[in-house]
Ligand binder design. Structure first.
Ligand code: SF4
Length: 295
C-alpha cells in the first residue's frame, strides 16, 4: 500500500507538469503501446478494461455490480461514474463522459471565469477560499471570508422567519469582520397566502391571516439597501430560487431548511441504507396531509 502511494504521488507530480491542452488531448496521449496503463481508480473493472485507445464503457466506469445491473434501466451520468477522470485527468473517461461531450463549451465557460465581470470575481474568491482554508473553516466562517474576498461592505441575510434567532448570531459573526449586516425575514410584507391564489386549506390555521413567504421582496429590500453579497439562511425549497433570481448581489447559502432532519438534508443520504431507505422509493414517501383519499 505504501509503495503504491509513493508511485502514485510520483506519477501525479509528473502529470501535473505535463500540461495537456485539453481533456481530449490527454486521453488520446495515453494510448500507445508500451505506455503505462492509465491509473484506474480502485474498484473499477480492470479485468474487462478495453484497449487503451477506447473510452471506458458505461459498465466499466460503474463501481458496484448491483449498480451495473441497474444500468440497464438508467442513463448513466457523472453520479454513476467511478473513474472521475475530470479532476486529475488520470484515467480514461467513460463513454458517457460530460467532459468529452462538451469540449466546445469548455472554452465558453473559461471566458466566464476569466473576464472582468462579477462571475470572474466570484470564481476567484471561491477558488481562493477553497485553496487557503480547505477543511479549516466552518461554512459560516467561509461565508464571511468570501464576503471579504469579494470586497463587500454590506452583507444581506435572507432569513426564514424560523431562523431569525440564528440570523442574529450570524449577524454578530459578520459584524465582527467589520461588515454591515441587514437581515430580512421571509414573511416581509405580510402578504396573505390567499392573495397569491392559495386556498385556506393551504394555511396551517385556515381562516386566520397567514403570510406566504415573499423571497422576491426579501431580495428587493436588500437590493435597495445595496448589499454586496447576500446569504441565504434557511429558505424553503423553491423560495431559495425565487430569492436568488431577484437578488442583485451574488447569493450564497449558509443554511438550507430541512424541518425533519435538523436542517441537515444529507442525513437522509447518509442513513439511506437503513433508517431512511424510503428516500429511494418515492411511493414510500409520506402522503400529503391534504390528500384525504390516502392514509
Ligand atoms: S465528467 Fe466524465 S470523468 Fe468526470 S465524473 Fe463525469 S463522466 Fe466521470
Amino acid at each position: 500500500m505504501t509503495t503504491k502511494t509513493t508511485k502514485d504521488s510520483k506519477g501525479d507530480k509528473a502529470k501535473k507538469t505535463a500540461k495537456a491542452k485539453d481533456f481530449k488531448d490527454l486521453k488520446n496521449s495515453k494510448d500507445p503501446k508500451g505506455s503505462k496503463e492509465p491509473k484506474v481508480a480502485k474498484g473499477s473493472l480492470k479485468a474487462s478494461k478495453p484497449a487503451p485507445s477506447q473510452p471506458l464503457t458505461a459498465k466499466e466506469s460503474l463501481k458496484e455490480p448491483q449498480v451495473e445491473m441497474a444500468k440497464a434501466a438508467i442513463d448513466p451520468s457523472c453520479s454513476e461514474c467511478h473513474v472521475r477522470a475530470c479532476y486529475r485527468q488520470d484515467a480514461k473517461a467513460p463513454v458517457f463522459c460530460a467532459s468529452e461531450a462538451s469540449q466546445d463549451e469548455v472554452a465558453e465557460t473559461k471566458d466566464i471565469y476569466t473576464g472582468e465581470g462579477i462571475y470572474a470575481k466570484v470564481a476567484k474568491a471561491a477558488a481562493e477560499l477553497e485553496a487557503e482554508y480547505y477543511g479549516r473553516l466552518t461554512r459560516l466562517e467561509e461565508t464571511v471570508v468570501f464576503a471579504l474576498k469579494m470586497g463587500a461592505k454590506k452583507v444581506g441575510v435572507a432569513s426564514c422567519l424560523s431562523f431569525l434567532d440564528e440570523s442574529a448570531i450570524y449577524a454578530k459573526a459578520v459584524r465582527s469582520a467589520g461588515l454591515e449586516v441587514k437581515t430580512v425575514s421571509c414573511k416581509v410584507g405580510s402578504l396573505d397566502k390567499t392573495e397569491i391564489g392559495l386556498s385556506e386549506e393551504y394555511k396551517f390555521c385556515p381562516g386566520e391571516p397567514e403570510a406566504c413567504c415573499n423571497p422576491a421582496l426579501q431580495a428587493k429590500v436588500l437590493n435597495e439597501w445595496g448589499s454586496d453579497v447576500n446569504v441565504i439562511m434557511g429558505l424553503c425549497v423553491g423560495h431559495d430560487f425565487l430569492f436568488s433570481s431577484h437578488s442583485a448581489a451574488p447569493t450564497v447559502t449558509l443554511a438550507v431548511k430541512d424541518r425533519v432532519l435538523g436542517h441537515n438534508p444529507m442525513a437522509a443520504i447518509y442513513t439511506s441504507k437503513l433508517f431512511y431507505n424510503r428516500i429511494l422509493d418515492y411511493k414510500k414517501y409520506p402522503k400529503s396531509r391534504l390528500d384525504k383519499n390516502k392514509k
